[in-house]
Write a protein that binds this ligand. Structure first.
Ligand code: ADP
Ligand code: MG
Length: 273
């Protein structure tokens, strides 16, 4: 049987802090495939953020290796390139630049792509339209609601058509109605673009909307399985078939070339916010 190639594979990752006094991750291994929808569950302090930070190259493991499409990621330059082309990240705190408007925050992610200012502007406006913010282009983050800020962050994260979106408690600062709307949006992007989505949450009902659930406890993966609802069965079979027959990402993702960015600012918090 042909084995498919994971988009990202974290192998035997350990992350400790304070000279080993705190161990956040203990030899964790996880493979994420093109088009996956994975919820990472676990109590506060179980190691979820440590894992997602390492999967996005925002933090380095104490030991272990991260592979992107079977190649080890070796240094920060390679991580920056991946975040500019293949990986979008969304944080609980949004991490928008407070002095830039919504459209300028998204345009930032499109820098260094060989696009003119006009093209960046049009693309950013299109992205903000897609996330329902067509009428909020020129607002500063401080003039937007939490849900709207997270939509800007989502638009920024998908600006370069990533193959993988990492979301660390993206609804943690939102009320339940806004949280549900943000999850709807992320799942819609995952489905329509064939993007793999890894979403950290401690909300079981939100997690239930992802096909695969990974549970972390005390820095260990204690559960990793597909959640099969009746209506998902056919879809799962199709995904399994795709994986077995081809390592290529879905056509939409393969076709999504041409936009590049030098520094999408995704790991950087804004000190003014
Ligand atoms: P979660 O996201 O599941 O709440 P984290 O990955 O943030 O968990 O944290 C896992 C463990 O690592 C916790 O015990 C936390 O206190 C510890 N930890 C995280 N970041 C640091 C840090 N920078 N310095 C020391 N300990 C940390
Ligand atoms: Mg966390």
């Amino acid at each position: 049987m042909t084995r498919s190639v994971p988009l990202i594979y974290v192998e035997n990752i350990t992350r400790s802090y304070e000279n080993g006094a705190v161990v956040a991750l203990r030899k964790v291994s996880l493979k994420i495939y093109a088009g996956d929808c994975v919820a990472i569950l676990g109590k506060s302090g179980s190691g979820k953020s440590s894992l997602i930070q390492i999967m996005g190259g925002c933090d380095s493991p104490t030991s272990g290796t991260v592979f992107w499409r079977e190649e080890p990621v070796r240094n920060q330059q390679e991580w920056r390139e991946l975040r500019a082309t293949e990986i979008g990240i969304i944080f609980q705190e949004f991490l928008l630049l407070s002095v830039l408007t919504a459209i300028e925050n998204v345009e930032m992610a499109l820098m260094g792509r060989g696009l003119s200012a006009k093209e960046r502007n049009l693309r950013a406006a299109e992205l903000l339209g897609m996330v329902g913010l067509g009428k909020r282009l020129h607002h500063l983050p401080s003039a937007l609601s939490g849900g709207e800020r997270q939509r800007v962050a989502i638009a920024r994260s998908i600006a370069n058509n990533p193959a993988l979106i990492l979301a660390d408690e993206p609804t943690g600062n939102l009320d339940s109605a806004n949280a549900a709307a943000i999850i709807d949006l992320l799942l819609e992007i995952q489905k329509t673009h064939g993007t793999a989505l890894v979403i950290v949450t401690h909300d079981e009902s939100l997690a239930a909307r992802c096909r695969r659930r990974v549970r972390i406890r005390d820095g260990l993966i204690v559960e990793d399985g597909l959640v099969l609802k009746e209506r998902d069965l056919v879809e799962n079979i199709v995904v399994a078939d795709d994986r077995a027959s081809s390592s290529a990402p879905p056509a939409v993702v393969s076709a999504a070339v041409g936009l590049r960015v030098s520094d999408p600012q995704q790991c950087v918090s804004d000190p003014q916010q």
